[in-house]
Design a binder for this molecule. Sequence first.
Ligand SMILES: [Zn+2]
Length: 446
Amino acid sequence: MIVNVIWTSLLVLSTLTLAVLSLPTTSITEEVKNKDDFNPEMDDDVPADRYLTHEEMITWLNSIARRYPKKAKTFSIGKSEEGRDLLVLELSHSVGRGERDLLMPMVKLIGNIHGNEVVGRQLLLRTISHLIQKDSVDPRVTRLLNTTDIFFLPSMNPDGFVKAREGDCWSGGPEGGRLNAKNIDLNRDFPDQFKPEDKLLRSQSELLQGRAAETQAVIRWIKNNPFVLSASLHGGAVVASYPYDGSDTDQLQGYYSASPDDRVFRKLSQDYADRHPLMKKADTCGVGFPDGITNGARWYDLKGGMQDFNYVHSNAFEVTLELSCCKYAPAADLPAEWEYNRKPLLNYIASTHRGVRGLIIDKDTKRPIRDAYVHVSGIDKNITSTERGEYWRLLSPGRYTIQSFAEGYIPSASRSISITDIYTEQVNFELESKFPRKTISRLVCN
Ligand SMILES: [Zn+2]
């Protein structure tokens, strides 16, 4: 049996989505201290016009968590090859409640996977600062933090970052900081569905074997948490690039390698580009992306990227956001970059509330069913449920037929749903066991 319930906070979320779309413009100098006055132990703001060092960033993230324990928490997901922490800051009102609320979606934002692509790293720090300061001031931010579990990994490649130099726009080699300390390109280091040697990898230990320390940490993080949405922030172009990055062809450029969720990815990417004043301009960086978006493989084929790994090996949908023509842009560009990207980033985080979500439970026991599947007709990608029976299924606007099934259970009936741009639908499933308790107890008694 399927129970379709309009989520009680539907109106809240519809308001949230619309509200984030229309966040007001503020002046470039808002809330910004003189760069020389910055104290990472005390200040909520990060400087608008200079990059933080690795040490400053770690101190600042931890100080935010210490000063705002009801909404912020830091933890390390592992260490880089040279022993630097891969520090994550979690931001959500659920932090203060001690546990993620049931059905609250998890979003992650990862910067600096290439150590010399640094604008995204700094923008994530400013996003944290913005959300901390606007909470309880701007009701739209308060609602966002009350309904969303947001994780920031501003620097995935701190060893590369410490080698990189401001103003170096193009370095691609080991000396420039793109790679990690073992000269590995982390965005070529993930298991890839199109690499023959990776196709048979299944268990977590198989997926981890032979990878860089940073890649291993992120693989574990992805596999052990039910992320719904993700972004990877890069530089060297200005475009939103979506899966797949790889293909089964040997074509270096021009082949459109569509994933089953091409429509969702196009929508997520277009929503970002439409809110960014430069992304859709054909002459930005001298390379034209007419809509400001591209299929990854069509731009250029790459294997071992993080974006495809998320989609193929988890429920997380990840888009690659290329944010600046110059990889290590001069710090003087940072205030403008924040203006360009603030609305798109906040809207991107809020878009995790689009689509359908719900609980999958056992009809008899009412217990959650873990690893149940949600199938959408016509989309060859099933989403799996968490140990609490939750699922989230991002969808672009339209009508769909969905169904749930799980090992040992009779598949649910199909359910027709209508998805719009402005609210999340909740559809719960109660699955009937193929071996009902009464039958089992009768068998035992007899
Ligand atoms: Zn990059």
